[in-house]
Design a protein around this ligand. Sequence first.
Ligand SMILES: C[S@@+](CC[C@H](N)C(=O)[O-])C[C@H]1O[C@@H](n2cnc3c(N)ncnc32)[C@H](O)[C@@H]1O
Length: 356
Amino acid sequence: VSDAAVVLGKRLRKQAASCLFLGSPLYDVLLRAAADDAEREGPTFALMKDLAFSPPGAALALKLMGAVHRLVLEGGAPALEPYYPSVGGTLVPEGAWPSFASVLEDRKDELQSSIGRPVQTNEVGRCGGFVGGFLEVAAATGLPLSLLEIGASGGLNLRWDEYRYEAGAASWGPPSSPVRLEEFERAPSLRGEAVVKARRGCDAHPIDPTTVDGRLTLTSYVWPDQSWRLRLLEGAFEVAEKVPVQVDEMGAAQWLEERLRVDEKGLATVVYHSIVMQYLGSEERGRVEELLHGAGARATNAAPFARLSMEPPEREDDIGDGLTAVRLTMWPGGDSRLIARCGFHGRPVRALEHAS
Ligand SMILES: C[S@@+](CC[C@H](N)C(=O)[O-])C[C@H]1O[C@@H](n2cnc3c(N)ncnc32)[C@H](O)[C@@H]1O
């Protein structure tokens, strides 16, 4: 067996375990079978052998799954439909492999062209982790918000105030919103008004959720048996039709440099980001930190500034159960607190006691 086959097998198996942990039995079954298949140099190997040694961040297993899901969503792999809940499938995943393997063989050319795409999602569920922070900035400043999101992907989380948050007796947001976030293990305080006056984002590769291709791309990288993620995405697509947002095609540092040049009086500026920092090179990352601290240092009560981040935990006191850390820093003052932990896809949300 070649080195490439061994490496591919290992990488596919590792992703299988992570899909199982994050709640996708379908991808667990398929990726374990694909790992075995790669090791015996079957159709998975034929399709992926050139990717075997791509860098760890390339998420090659999810490239494979996304390419196949895209085909299924387009109606190009009917044999898999009964196993893919995203297109109405109801069969248990255990029987899916033979159909999956046939699709890899029969549609090799199409898959070969889409497997090279970067894996890109926009997780609307993360708004459940952010909402407490936004409401806190609005309450603390008494000002309308100007939202600036870096690594905004499809810009769906720039419309967080158009979504409905439900946590038992507490709720926030338009009751008729097609997006309902209810995954609170411990909810933040869902009280108070927040008026969003401006919303703008940037991304190295923005995706337009108002186009068929943009929606297909964002949907294809969601795991097909995670109906809650798909439901949130579909609701957010509906909102995106009505609430326009500009997502500039630009790297985070350059964009912040332009956007933070003017301090907006009478508005509370909030820069936020979720699962983005790991994609920035160390130089750009350093520059982003510098720009944010510079903006913080210039902030006044008339033009306050906040940073809200949802990233894998970095500091020792942020570590918790495979969850992200949601941190809010507000200037003037620069007071910084961990306000919540939440799942990588936004579920569950565990607000910390002092967030209320
Ligand atoms: C894991 S996604 C998260 C997207 C979104 N923040 C969310 O939570 O759904 C990471 C995003 O960062 C973007 N990205 C990568 N490098 C970037 C950079 N240097 N500047 C801005 N965005 C970048 C990617 O294109 C991608 O959309």
